[in-house]
Every structure is written in C-alpha cells, then in structure tokens.
Design a protein around this ligand. Structure first.
Ligand SMILES: Nc1ncnc2c1ncn2[C@@H]1O[C@H](COP(=O)(O)OP(=O)(O)O)[C@@H](O)[C@H]1O
Ligand SMILES: [Mg+2]
Length: 307
C-alpha cells in the first residue's frame, strides 16, 4: 500500500522533468547534471532537485559546496517548509541537494497518512513557490533507485518523465517496473506524461545491437505513441571517470586542464590526472539530447496549455 494521497484537483509542476528508472547505474544522475549545465550555459535558469539519498548528482557530478545532504528536501516533505537550494552552482544553476538525510524522507512518505501529513502537497507547494521566486525555465529531478514511496510521490508532482536505460536486461526490467509505477500514477490522477526513453552507455558502432535495444524500448512504449529519444549517450568510461573526479560535465571537460600537483588553486588533495583525451563526442551526444528534450518540452507544454 502506498501513502501518497490524492489532491482534490490534479496538479503538476510545469516544466519539471523527473529522470527515473527503478534500477541504479543507468545514467540518471549523469544525464541530469549534463543537461542542467548545458541549459544553464545557454542562458536559461535551471533548478536541479537531487531526490536521491546517495547524492551523487549533488556531490560527484556537480561538485556542490556546502551541501545540506538532503536536509531541505526532507524538511519540505515532512513539514512543508520552503525549499532551500544552494545558489549559483554554475551561473544560472541552483541545486536542492540530495544526500543521506533523505533516508528519513522515505519513512515519512511511507507513514504520511498515519501522521496526518501530506508530503505531496508540501512538495508541490514548495516547488511552485521556488520556481516563481527563482524564475526557473527548467527543473530537473534526479531520483534514486528503489524507494517506491518517494518515486510515487514524485510522479504525482512532476509534469514530465524521462527514463534512461542501458541495453542489459536488468536495466530494461528497471525501466519496465518504472513504466508500471507511471501507469499506476496516471490511473490515480497524476498529470505526469512520459516524454521518452534514453539509451545510455551504448556503443555507437554496434548499430544492429542498438536497433535491437531500441526495439525492446519500443515494445515497452507500445501503444503510447511515444518515441524513444533519437539521440543516445555513448559509452565513454574515461570521460565518465574524469567528470566525477573533477565534478565537471563532458562539455565542461573539453577545455579543462587539471591543476598541477600542489597547485593551491586546485586544492592540495584534488585529482591531478585526467584519463580522457577527447570528451567532444560524448559532449555532443549530450548537446543533441538536450536539444531534443527542450523541443519535446516546448511542444508538450504548448499542447498541455492548449488542452
Ligand atoms: N558515457 C558513459 N559511459 C560509461 N559509463 C558512464 C558514462 N557516463 C557515466 N558513466 C558511469 O556510469 C555509472 C552510472 O551512472 P549514474 O549517472 O550514476 O547512474 P544512476 O544515477 O542511474 O545510478 C557511473 O559510475 C558513471 O560514472
Ligand atoms: Mg544516481
């Protein structure tokens, strides 16, 4: 049984995309960070909400200084207090941090009704207020694997869902489980719409294999009229390692030179060696995917408004 209660009037937060898959390691955090930075770089205002207690997006991908380890988001869910993002993680990009304090949120969400609280209403209200005051053009929510209560709640709050998957059966099973949660949420009045699925960590040269994987994704989407994203994210372990070591996205790594050992500007203990030579191909995958997502968002939001 889930504790997510329905509001009398269905509501969803506009221009808000949840990136989710029931399985970990399928690129959720990497994708959220890369798209957020890419959109902010182009002069838009972006908010990232890291709803994962691992906090990878906050710490490893974006390198947020002064993370509250999920405290603000947990307090919002439980008490309806205002969300407090860390500002200017990059120019135009603010982050509501994830981290271990969100573990408590899972329990709160699961026992909400018992305690007479409505975490969904709390999050909706706080997010709408923050979006208005922060004038965000786009909100991206990263989610953790597993925690079903929090996932169901997020599905009741966002307007869009994006599902990344790797080609292995485990990741596709995770996407399928997520698709079931999505259908359940819709049945219970959620306004969320599936925007598409993204193939992550794939080999661009394995054309036949990628077609086969896309076929499996199409089967999952059967009858929805939704196409998987045309652009996929290629495998590039060296760039992925550097991205997390230096807390930069593949695009930011293009012109990045690591600090020399002992260079105070880079910090005494920071990494000084980079493994990747050419981060452009992966960066351009993300640029193309970002464009595709923004186009689908604009078209989708227009359609919603018209309705
Ligand atoms: N393009 C890539 N190719 C290969 N591995 C990648 C790539 N991008 C990220 N990774 C690695 O894949 C792992 C899972 O990515 P992550 O974004 O943390 O997934 P999730 O948030 O779904 O758990 C991480 O170790 C990350 O460094
Ligand atoms: Mg993650």
């Amino acid at each position: 049984m889930t504790s997510t209660r329905l509001l009398p009037v269905p509501r969803a937060v506009r221009r808000t995309i949840l990136v989710a898959n029931q399985k970990g390691g399928v690129g959720k955090s990497s994708i959220v960070a890369a798209i957020a930075v890419a959109v902010a770089k182009r002069g838009k205002r972006v908010l990232v909400v890291d709803a994962d207690q691992q906090g990878n997006c906050t710490i490893r991908d974006l390198g947020v200084n002064g993370s509250d380890e999920g405290r603000s988001l947990a307090m919002t869910l439980q008490y309806g207090s205002a969300l407090e993002p860390v500002l200017d993680v990059r120019e135009g990009l603010d982050v509501v941090c994830g981290g271990k304090l969100l573990a408590m949120a899972g329990t709160v969400v699961s026992n909400a009704e018992q305690h007479g609280i409505d975490p969904r209403h709390n999050l909706l209200t706080a997010l709408e207020a923050l979006i208005e005051s922060g004038r965000y053009d786009l909100v991206l929510i990263d989610s953790g694997p597993g925690d079903r209560g929090v996932l169901d709640l997020l599905l009741q709050v966002v307007s869009w869902l994006v599902v990344p998957t790797k080609e292995d059966d485990g990741s596709i099973d995770g996407a399928e489980l997520l698709a079931r949660r999505y259908l359940w949420a819709r049945k219970n009045g959620a306004l969320v719409e599936l925007m598409g699925m993204i193939l992550f960590d794939c080999n661009p040269r394995a054309v036949r294999r990628n077609e086969d994987t896309l076929g499996k994704i199409m089967d999952l989407l059967d009858g929805t009229g939704i196409q998987p994203f045309r652009n996929f994210i290629r495998q590039d372990k060296a760039t992925a390692l550097d991205a997390r070591a230096f807390h930069l996205t593949p695009e930011e790594l293009i012109n990045f030179t690591p600090p020399k050992a002992g260079d105070s500007a880079g910090g005494e203990d920071g990494p000084t060696k980079r493994w990747s030579r050419d981060t452009e191909p992966l960066a351009s995958d993300y640029q193309a995917l970002t464009k595709e997502i923004l186009v689908r968002l604009a078209t989708g939001e227009r359609t919603k408004e018209a309705v």
